[in-house]
Design a protein around this ligand. Structure first.
Ligand code: GLU
Length: 507
């Protein structure tokens, strides 16, 4: 790409960033990095009624956790700043004025109630009211297309409420280009005259977005599909300003696990998985929503999973480092249709990343968890334990459940397993086993194995008759790695103590 690639992620700080938003940020990031470009963060906070104070920080923290930091944005390389639209308020009016002067926009004086009346009247006749070419200049509506210049001036000086509307051209066929969807044809007569500016001095999303993308020299707009309906207006606005438009790419939705409907902010709590990158506390209600981070996901796994939700590399490869994603990412392989989110697949990704980590790395992550539950253990011992159980773990937290018997004696025994495996004669057998174990001088895996197996063979009984109750005694349930590994790890004394405990409890 010869031009200077500059992309932006432009969230509105109205609450926590949904994983769909993170994916938009990720695709922007990957695209920027791939083309040695710049990834900008712009905070679109013109709608003060929906403003949530902790949302901006949440967005920044999320990008940081995901390891997809922005190059320019609030407080960082403010070359084209400020990057919060609320701090750019003074900029927009001149652009609205420019459009009015050039005949691309007009003042409209209807109050919300008046518009509502028009809507109701139309409905009563089975019609839909659209403020556009069809009725804007017919005299029923009160705007600068029908009022005299003096009247308009008087109203504005009087402090009458107004909005500036875009004067959508009539009878034009618009050809729109989208990097994901290809060519889209639109008849301008189907569009309404969107509000660009309000008399309170605030621009609407449309005006601020276009002006800022232009002033910030954005080359590619990569954003969610929900903005596709705005593309005709945005394209027309570039034309009206006589500015070169960026290229557009609209990403399809992330769908619920059932494959239908958009994965919404509320789905996480309803369906039992996180939809936010980080835990989020609602400032007003105090409600806490789960986050991928707090649920134990590795950021790399989360990002890898998200990258493939709506993009495919064209090969079977599923595991990608951020660097590999950057190399492979291509807007041409972004899917036109929605991508079904699978919580199981998300877990699978985490499991894959966990398996790639060494026992040493996992131990570093596991030690604080052990400390939290007041288990003190030698690091080398923990590392060995982790090496033995990690293959069954999806999350670092799983290691606790998978390995607790290495650290603490079982306090209970799985009742089903006990009923099945602990027979009338088991107590006696186990008592005999204790003396066999007592007799093993050097309690190594090989010795323990030879002695115990030799003893079982000499008794001419099935291995299961001893090994299953032994597992129950040491682990509390019929799970865990090789028993001889466990025995030698916990040591001879603890092994004997646990067998005796089981005899006392289960016989
Ligand atoms: N502020 C819009 C949002 O919240 C940004 C849309 C765009 O990227 O143009 O999603």
């Amino acid at each position: 790409m010869s031009e200077n690639v500059r992309v932006r992620f432009a969230p509105s700080p109205t609450g926590p960033l949904h994983m769909g938003g993170v994916r938009t940020a990720l695709y922007n990031y990957l695209f920027a990095k791939k083309h040695n470009g710049t990834f900008v963060l712009r905070i679109e906070d013109t709608d003060q009624t929906r403003y949530v104070a902790n949302a901006e920080q949440y967005i920044i923290d999320s990008l940081e956790w995901c390891n997809i930091p922005f190059d320019e944005g609030p407080g960082k390389n403010e070359k084209y700043g400020p990057y919060r639209q609320s701090e750019r308020k003074h900029l927009y009016k001149q652009y609205a004025d420019q459009l009015i002067e050039n005949g691309w926009a007009y003042y409209a004086f209807e109050t919300a109630e008046e518009l509502d009346t028009h809507r109701k009247e139309h409905e009563a006749n089975g019609k839909t009211f659209i403020y556009n070419w069809h009725n804007r200049a017919k005299g029923k509506l009160v705007n600068s297309l029908v009022l005299s210049k003096e009247e308009v001036k008087k109203r504005i000086e009087n402090g009458d409420k107004y909005v500036v509307r875009f004067k959508t051209p009539q009878d034009e066929s618009l050809i729109l280009e989208d990097e994901v969807r290809g060519t889209i044809k639109i008849d301008t007569n189907t569009l309404d005259d969107k509000v660009l500016f309000k008399s309170d001095g605030m621009p609407t999303y449309h005006l601020a977005n276009i002006v800022d993308d232009h002033l910030m020299k954005i080359s590619h707009v990569i954003r969610g599909e929900e903005w596709l309906p705005s593309l005709p207006l945005h394209t027309l606005l570039y034309k009206a300003f006589d500015w070169e438009a960026p290229k557009f790419a609209h990403l399809s939705l992330i769908l619920k696990p059932v494959g239908k409907g958009k994965l919404s902010k509320r789905d996480g709590d309803k369906l039992g998985f996180p939809v936010f990158p980080l835990e989020y506390t609602n400032e007003k209600s105090g409600d806490v929503s789960r986050g991928y981070k707090e649920d134990g996901y590795f950021a790399e796994a989360f990002i890898n999973m998200l990258a493939l939700l709506g993009w495919n590399p064209g090969t079977e490869q599923e595991l990608f480092s951020l660097e590999e994603l950057t190399q492979a990412f291509d807007l041409a392989r972004v899917s036109k249709s929605g991508a079904k989110f699978s919580p199981d697949k998300a877990k699978w990704f985490n499991q894959q990343y966990l398996q790639q980590k060494s026992a040493e790395e996992l131990t570093e992550l596991f030690l604080p968890i052990l400390a939290d539950i007041e288990i003190e253990a030698d690091k080398a011992f923990v590392e060995k334990v982790v090496g033995l159980v990690k293959e069954r773990a999806n999350f670092v937290n799983d290691l606790t459940e998978l390995s607790n018997f290495f650290f603490v004696d079982p306090s209970e025994y799985d009742p089903k397993a006990a009923k099945k495996q602990w027979k009338e004669t088991t107590g006696e057998l186990m008592t005999e086993l204790v003396s066999v174990i007592q007799g093993i001088e050097d309690f190594s895996i090989e010795n323990a194995q030879t002695e115990i197996k030799g003893w079982i063979t000499s008794k001419e009984i099935g291995f299961g008759k001893v090994m299953q109750p032994l597992r129950l005694s040491l682990v509390g349930k019929l799970a865990g790695p090789d028993l001889f590994e466990i025995m030698t790890m916990i040591g001879k004394e603890t092994t004997i103590k646990r067998i005796q405990n089981a005899i006392a409890n289960l016989s």
